[in-house]
Structures are given as structure tokens and as C-alpha cells.
Design a protein around this ligand. Sequence first.
Ligand code: ADE
Length: 234
Amino acid sequence: MKFHILTLFPEMIEQGLNNSIIKRAAEAGHLTINAVNIRDFTLDKHNKVDDYPYGGGAGMLMQAQPVYDACRSLTEGKEKKPRVIFMTPQGRTFHQEMAKEFAGEEELIFLCGHYEGIDERVLEEIVTDEVSIGDYVLTGGELPAMVMIDTIARLIPGVLNNQDSAEEESFSGNLLEYPQYTRPEVWMDKRVPEVLLSGHHANIAKWRREQSEERTRVKRPDMYEKYLEEKKRK
Ligand code: ADE
């Protein structure tokens, strides 16, 4: 899968996504990360990409032309136009189901705003999806784009070693993950739950399911409601 990121801070993306699992996945050819510097597309002789808002108001706005040309450089001549996701607190709130949907695409373009925003006309022209990562305001779209890319990337087949991991963890099936333990068996007088040492796979599975249910009920009652409803329907 190809991730393109339109940004004024490509080094932020390159550094942020060049580690650990995502780095390994890129090296193995499961995905590519292509950070495109919007400033490279300015026609202004001082490389300016922003200007004052008409009508007045605080701050500067990113101008339409460099954003449009940067996007065009990725879509020009392509038969299937990739979706263009604009990171904005005005968008739909990102969640795991949305990540699954995006993971089905071959190519995605993320548009990261900075300053006080982007000229509305170019947004109307190129954006297919507006996504927020939560009800708070960040200084730019780069961190939100990285959050989305990280979440989507781990759903791509082959990215996680273990085929089960993507399925089993928190938020799959509206249940949180059960608690886990590794060596030593006793730490600060706390013992690993006996059942996990038993080697009895059915009992372990049952215990984990119960723990997941109880955790979800206590920590995320909203999610637990959904889980119960889903269970009833099955
Ligand atoms: N840009 C600034 N804040 C944001 C948020 N919460 N989600 C997505 N993009 C943003």
C-alpha cells in the first residue's frame, strides 16, 4: 500500500514513521511512505505558501495553488484517483472500523494543514474525506496523519508477524485486550494468575475472554454496551 503525505514538514513524517514495525514493513515492501513537500510546488519566488485571510482574522492560511499542484503531482495520469484525506478537527472522528475500510485501498493521500488552515477552494477541489483524530486541536495535521497511517498499516497483511495479533487486540469485536504477563512468575510479591501456568488451553481462553469482558465493562462501558448488543444479534 502506498501512503502519500502532503505536508510542509516532510522530515516530521519521515522521522515519525521510520521506526520499528512500520520501518520493517516498508523495507519488506508491504508499504511505502512518500512525504511530499508542498513548498516544492510554490510558484512564489520567495517560496511562500501562506498569506493573510480575506476579511481579516488571526494568522495565515495556506494558499490553494501549491496544495493543488502538489496533489496533482500524485494523481496526474492515474486512472484510479486515490482518496485524499484532509486531517481536520472538523472531520469524522477516526476509529478502528474506519481504519479497516482505508486498509482496503491501494493508495491514500493525506493532506496536512498548518497555520490557521487552507484556502477552502482547494479543499473543495481535491478532498474526498475529512478526518479528525479527536475533539482537540493540534498545531498541524502531521501527527494525526501519522496516527492514521500507523493504525492502517498494521492491518495490511504481512505487516505484523503474527497473523492473529491484528485480530485479537483491543477494539476488535468491541472488547478490550485481556491482561498479559511474562517472566518472572513472581514480581513484587505479585504472582502470575495460576491458570496461565496450567497449560490448559481451553481454560486459558475462557479466562482471557472473561477478563476481556470484565475490563471492557469497567473501563469502557460505552463499548461494553455495543459488545452486548452484538452478542445478542448473533
Ligand atoms: N488538525 C488539528 N487538529 C486535528 C485533529 N484533532 N484531528 C485531525 N487533524 C487535526
